[in-house]
Ligand binder design. Structure first.
Ligand SMILES: Nc1ncnc2c1ncn2[C@@H]1O[C@H](COP(=O)(O)OP(=O)(O)O)[C@@H](O)[C@H]1O
Ligand SMILES: [Mg+2]
Length: 298
């Protein structure tokens, strides 16, 4: 079942069209990566899912129910982590989460259990200090716990990793993966390698249009074929290989790239006949970055 569906969504700010016929859907219990450069329209689309901005056209459904601007019963299915989350910095993480539970009107016993469970999930169970002294990564992890608190079916996290260092990003991505047992996870980012690391499905937005979408593996298969990298032990052998197989691409220092992967067996025969020592023969999958560059034509 689809937890979120955007169908032909349009958005203008004055003269400027920010979203153009945006259509994609997010399957239940997936981690869905919503990728695109700064200004692509990710935050705008997410705010429309939350009913915080009126749509200029198209329809949005959360858990099968249509989203209406300003009148948002669909938000009871949704937890949200904005791009710059604000906390009461004088509270400890446990106090903050309990406060969220009280606002949501949960019974005290349930609040306490949920608090403990979520602090463990995001790795903050041993932090008894005030949020004031937290790193950005700790704040983002607390933000994910807050978004999950009232057991939403979908959490929407806007660029949760963008301001983090590599270790902080890794920790946050791990938290998003663990969250998918509890909820469907939609997160936006401009960092394609983050999407590649954890997402089941993706949609890539470029200048307001979806340019790539689907299951990550499918997207890879449909697009550019994987290439094979070859590296000869003796630099001069690379030249011999190039004259025998002119379709190889020289990459410098004994390294060659084979894009016509189906021709690898001929090359392997040649290497065996010539007794040519090799350092490396390695299949290289096209990265999401390669695919992105291919579709945006750069
Ligand atoms: N309230 C607004 N009024 C006018 N233009 C806006 C408004 N909000 C966003 N935009 C413009 O819409 C485009 C997409 O913005 P945004 O959705 O924030 O992109 P992203 O989150 O992908 O970086 C940008 O060009 C931005 O300047
Ligand atoms: Mg944004």
């Amino acid at each position: 079942m689809e937890m979120l569906v955007l169908s032909h969504v349009e958005k203008h700010f004055g003269e400027k069209q920010v979203l153009k016929d945006v259509t994609f859907s997010v399957p239940e219990h997936s981690v869905f990566g919503f990728a695109g450069q700064n200004g692509a329209g990710k935050t705008t689309a997410m705010k429309m899912v939350l009913g915080l901005l009126p749509a200029g056209g198209g329809e949005i459904f959360v858990n099968g129910m249509q989203v209406r601007y300003g009148n948002t019963p669909t938000n009871r299915f949704v937890g949200y982590l904005p791009d710059v989350p604000e906390f009461y910095s004088y509270m400890t993480p446990a106090e903050y989460l309990c406060f969220c539970g009280e606002i949501a009107g949960m019974p005290a016993k349930e609040i306490k259990n949920r608090c403990e469970e979520l602090l463990c999930l995001v790795g903050l169970e041993k932090e008894h200090h005030r949020i004031k002294g937290f790193s950005r990564g700790m704040k983002q992890r607390l933000g994910v716990a807050q978004a999950l608190f009232s057991r939403p079916k979908l959490i929407i996290c806007d660029e949760p990793t963008s301001a983090l260092d590599p270790a902080g990003r890794k920790e946050l991505l791990d938290v998003l993966v663990s969250s998918k047992e509890q909820a469907t996870v939609l997160f936006s980012t401009h960092i394609l390698s983050d999407v590649e690391r954890i997402c089941d499905e993706i949609a890539v937005l470029h200048e307001g249009k979806i340019v790539l979408q689907g299951a990550l593996e499918e997207v890879r298969k449909e697009r550019k074929a994987a290439a094979t990298e070859l590296e000869t032990e003796r630099a001069e052998d690379a030249g011999k290989l190039l004259s025998a197989f002119p379709f190889l691409k020289a990459q410098g220092r004994g390294r060659l790239l084979l894009e016509e992967t189906e021709r690898l067996p001929e090359i392997l025969h040649f290497l065996a006949d010539a007794d040519m020592p090799m350092l490396r023969i390695e299949r290289r999958e096209a990265t999401l970055e390669d695919l992105y560059m291919e579709v945006v034509g750069k």
